[in-house]
Design a protein around this ligand. Structure first.
Ligand SMILES: Cc1cc2nc3c(=O)[nH]c(=O)nc-3n(C[C@H](O)[C@H](O)[C@H](O)COP(=O)(O)OP(=O)(O)OC[C@H]3O[C@@H](n4cnc5c(N)ncnc54)[C@H](O)[C@@H]3O)c2cc1C
Length: 498
């Protein structure tokens, strides 16, 4: 037993005095007291749920990016919504900072991790998947990763709109929207939520869906971690059968030709919503995944690519499954204990601009690799107007994505040394600025910024449009009147900063 009950009173008083943290945005004048909160949580929820010092390092280190790994005062790993409710009440009563972590895939420091000043709520034990009797709704825990969800559902002949990579977590992805291969056909993952089970700041456990707490339902479809801790997502299933796919690897010297083919697909082929392309432009290779969501033979939509000779056909044309795609993509992004960042921007489609920005990026990324060893990728996600229309048709969301064809640029950056954070991150920051400059000059600018690609200094919620932001703030005020999630949540894309 980690707490000797005979010494508890003395330790409690000593720790409480030694570790009280004053100041910060707190919800009452009471001093923050993580040790008292951790003690009370362990007494109430048990040692299996609340881990105190010395912490289990495997759980501490679950964040994908080293930019996020921190030692909290204690870790609460609830197994059901009632535990989350108790945890919230205790955290609130001791005025302690906290962070919630599901898959831990955000690379933004402090979004899903916290240091000694607070408590980590680790949702990894919410790892159940179940399918309704009629197969129409899949209930999934936020602590799952998309690879697990995809494979369990596939064994039961079902699929959902979710994440494209197996290690990425369920919890954060849906609250940011959730862009999937099939989002052109079905909208974002959040648009396909039937019901959110959520614990509010007063500890109450609620459902948010089209009939119950409808305003909260709307807000959760992209509004981030501002309203409560989600303990279950009920997702509408979608029909997915065999998927035609081919994976080609090109040389960096072919990058501009690949971008020409990609733009041609965006302007012509992509109107066939069954077609989608994963484009990952690295510094040594350019990878193109052609995906067609139906069994097929050389779909016409990808015509611009058929004349482009790849260095290597990594996966010859084949009819595959979502799990297979997950595995292939997972292999391309292995879990490595490095520092990571991502960044995003949206733009109207213009091939010349994409190529100019790519050239700007590659020159800088190569130079920074030379001095730091940092590896970076340049990715373009095609967003057909139908994606936004699906969101509206399925009840609406707060994102304010314009109903026009567009692209969401993203970059993933990996490096080792914390002293090089600024120089490494400068490449993506400069690239974003260049997109913005060209976008303004050429009338290509789309203000919307996708939360799941946004870096720590970006402000996605502020781009949702004034009306949506005001509505989100009203809804937050209604469901979290004490501003618990704004004041005690350690990081995240918070409405109070939008
Ligand atoms: C390699 C890679 C691939 C990716 N692929 C995709 C993709 O295909 N599509 C896409 O849309 N995005 C993608 N993303 C982005 C990803 O969706 C976000 O990083 C997302 O935040 C990850 O969710 P998580 O649960 O792992 O995050 P976490 O780091 O655990 O959490 C992220 C944020 O959500 C909050 N949060 C987490 N769980 C809960 C909860 N249950 N209740 C309330 N708040 C919660 C956290 O507090 C934090 O603010 C990818 C990211 C990476 C690094």
């Amino acid at each position: 037993m980690k707490w000797n009950r005979g010494l508890v009173v003395i330790l409690y008083a000593t720790f409480a005095a030694a570790t009280s943290v004053a100041g910060g945005r707190q919800i009452s004048g009471k001093r923050s007291n993580p040790s008292a909160a951790c003690f009370e949580a362990q007494q109430q929820l048990g040692e299996a749920v609340v881990d105190t010092l010395p912490l289990n390092q495997t759980v501490v280190e679950l964040n994908w990016s080293q930019t996020c790994v921190q030692e909290p005062y204690c870790i609460i790993s609830p197994t059901d919504a009632q535990h989350v409710s108790e945890a919230i009440k205790i955290i609130k009563s001791h005025n302690v900072k906290f962070a919630t972590r599901s898959g831990g895939h955000s690379p933004n420091p402090g979004w899903s991790s916290i240091g000694k000043e607070g408590i980590l709520i680790d949702m990894s034990k919410f790892n159940q998947v179940s399918l309704s009797g009629d197969g129409q709704v899949a209930s999934i825990g936020p602590g799952l990763r998309w690879g697990q969800v995809t494979s369990v559902l596939e064994q039961q002949g079902a699929a959902v709109v979710g994440g494209r990579l197996p290690d990425v977590g369920v919890g954060g992805l849906i609250l940011g929207g959730g862009y999937h291969h099939v989002s052109g056909q079905y909208g974002l993952a959040a648009d396909n939520v039937h019901n959110f089970e959520i614990v509010l700041s007063d500890g109450s456990i609620k459902n948010a869906n089209a009939q119950e707490n409808e305003d909260l339902f709307w807000a959760l479809k992209g509004g981030g971690p501002n309203f409560g801790i989600v303990t279950r997502y009920d997702l509408k299933t979608i029909p997915v059968g065999a998927i035609w796919c081919q994976l080609n690897i090109y040389a960096p010297g072919q990058a501009l030709e690949v971008l020409d083919a990609f733009t041609e697909w965006q302007t012509n082929g992509a109107s066939d919503l069954k077609s989608t392309i994963g484009l990952i432009m690295g510094l040594d290779t350019v990878t193109v995944g052609l995906l067609y969501f139906e069994p097929a033979d050389q779909p016409e939509a990808f015509r611009p690519f058929y004349d482009l000779e790849p260095l290597q056909v990594a996966i010859p044309p084949t009819n595959a499954t979502l799990s297979f795609l997950n595995e292939v993509l997972g292999g391309a992004f292995p879990f490595t204990p490095l520092r990571h960042d991502y960044r995003g921007i949206s733009s109207r489609i213009d091939g010349n601009t994409t190529k100019e920005v790519y050239q700007h990026w590659v020159e800088r990324a190569l130079a920074v690799r030379e001095s730091t060893g940092a590896s970076q990728i340049f990715g373009i996600q095609h967003v057909p107007s139908e994606l936004a229309k699906q969101g509206v048709a399925k009840g609406g969301n707060p994102l304010g994505i314009p109903e026009e064809d567009q692209l969401w640029w993203t970059t993933l950056v990996d490096w080792e040394d914390a002293t090089q954070d600024d120089v490494v991150r400068s490449v993506s920051i400069e690239t974003e600025n260049y997109w913005l400059q060209l976008g303004e000059e050429r009338g290509l600018r789309i203000p919307f910024l996708y939360m799941n690609d946004a870096s720590r200094d970006q402000n996605p919620i502020a781009t949702y449009g004034a009306e949506n932001v005001n509505r989100l703030k009203q809804i937050a005020k209604k469901y979290d009147p004490t501003e618990f999630f704004q004041k005690l949540q350690y990081g995240g894309f918070l409405l109070s900063k939008a």
